[in-house]
Design a protein around this ligand. Structure first.
Ligand SMILES: NC(=O)c1ccc[n+]([C@@H]2O[C@H](COP(=O)([O-])OP(=O)(O)OC[C@H]3O[C@@H](n4cnc5c(N)ncnc54)[C@H](OP(=O)(O)O)[C@@H]3O)[C@@H](O)[C@H]2O)c1
Length: 306
């Protein structure tokens, strides 16, 4: 496994993080095998949110960790708050504080390594977020803070109030959802990809030492699910296969390498609950892509270069 530092901290994390959004219904035997395999592969970073499985995902992981007798110091836990499903976003001080208490209880821990604000709450009051962060930090309940799905200007606005660095911005990114780079490649063109949907988040995060975490790296953005072995992505699958043959790895591995190959040192947050796929994804750290291969994959996914 390869490791990197999150943001400007001394927190060393694997370049592949384990997303736990799909963990809720995992049978305990499979779960134990999954966790053991994660740690064997060096994947000790687990990404959660208070809403995953309505809180069940956090409970399930905690149960698995406990049953295996794994010490808290052996794992890195990140979770998110701020979404009230189907109703609203809530960055109020009381909501953040209550959410973290719930997260800590479900994860059976007394601290989170990273707390992320899940989606922008446009009604947020900066002083309330600042008060919540200060209290959480002072109480030792949260060591580091970050955001998800935030634009540069939203991050800057938050930073006007808070006293801590924001060390991550979690954004959807992968061959099936390339908005963060299409806008740079098609800058000033009339094409659809030129539309700047995130305010230049990737460049901003690189400039400010904020680690971008790629969520749903294998999902399409047209609602057709995973793009691997997906008939809507025939050309992409052909090129993934061909390049995979060259390096002796699977299409899934190459799709993961494509994310990691970007010089922004993006941390890939995988969501598979399948051990074999986890192995394939981890192999991505052993392969590199040439510039030509990287652009070829981008084009075969249906994007274009002006
Ligand atoms: N910040 C946010 O707003 C946000 C939003 C969504 C997700 N997330 C985070 O991102 C993590 C990953 O999201 P995700 O689960 O949508 O990501 P993903 O890794 O792109 O997708 C995983 C899903 O695709 C399936 N799949 C089928 N074929 C696959 C293949 N060849 N390779 C890989 N996966 C394949 C997996 O099934 P199997 O389990 O059977 O392999 C699993 O259901 C989540 O767990 C969560 O932590 C964050």
């Amino acid at each position: 496994m390869n490791y990197q530092i999150l943001g400007k901290t001394n927190l060393k994390v694997p370049v592949i993080g384990v997303g736990c959004m799909r963990m809720a219904s995992m049978p305990s035997h499979d779960l134990q095998n999954f966790i053991v395999r994660c740690l064997d592969l060096g994947l000790n970073f687990f990404d959660h949110a208070d809403i995953y499985g309505g809180g069940k995902c956090e409970e399930v992981l905690a149960g698995g960790i406990k049953s295996l007798g794994i010490g808290r110091d052996k794992i890195i836990l990140q979770s998110k708050c701020g979404i009230v499903p189907g109703k609203m976003y809530d960055f109020s001080e009381s909501h953040i504080l209550q959410s973290v208490d719930g997260i800590l209880k479900r994860l059976e821990t007394n601290y989170l390594d990273v707390l992320i604000l899940h989606r922008p709450d446009v009604l947020f009051d900066g002083e309330e977020v600042a008060a919540a962060f200060d209290k959480l930090q002072k109480a030792g309940k949260v060591l580091h803070f970050g955001v998800s799905n935030h634009s540069p200007i939203q991050i800057q606005l938050l930073k006007k109030y808070i006293n801590q660095d924001l060390i991550v911005n979690q954004m959807q990114f992968g061959l099936g959802h390339c908005k963060m780079i299409s806008q740079s490649l098609e800058v000033n063109m009339n094409s659809d990809g030129a539309v700047c949907r995130d305010g230049g988040a990737l460049e901003y995060c690189r400039l400010n030492d904020i680690t971008v975490q790629a969520w749903s790296p294998f999902q399409s953005d047209n609602g057709s699910g995973c793009f691997i072995d997906n008939g809507n992505y025939g050309s992409l699958n052909g090129v993934l296969w061909e390049i995979g043959q060259k390096y002796g790895v699977s299409k899934t591995t190459i799709a993961a390498v494509w994310v990691l190959r970007h010089p922004a040192k993006i941390q890939l947050i995988t969501g598979t609950m399948n051990i074999n796929r986890l192995d394939e994804i981890t192999k991505a750290t052993e392969v590199n892509l040439t510039r030509e291969e990287w652009y070829r994959l981008y084009l075969s996914a249906g994007h274009f270069l002006p």
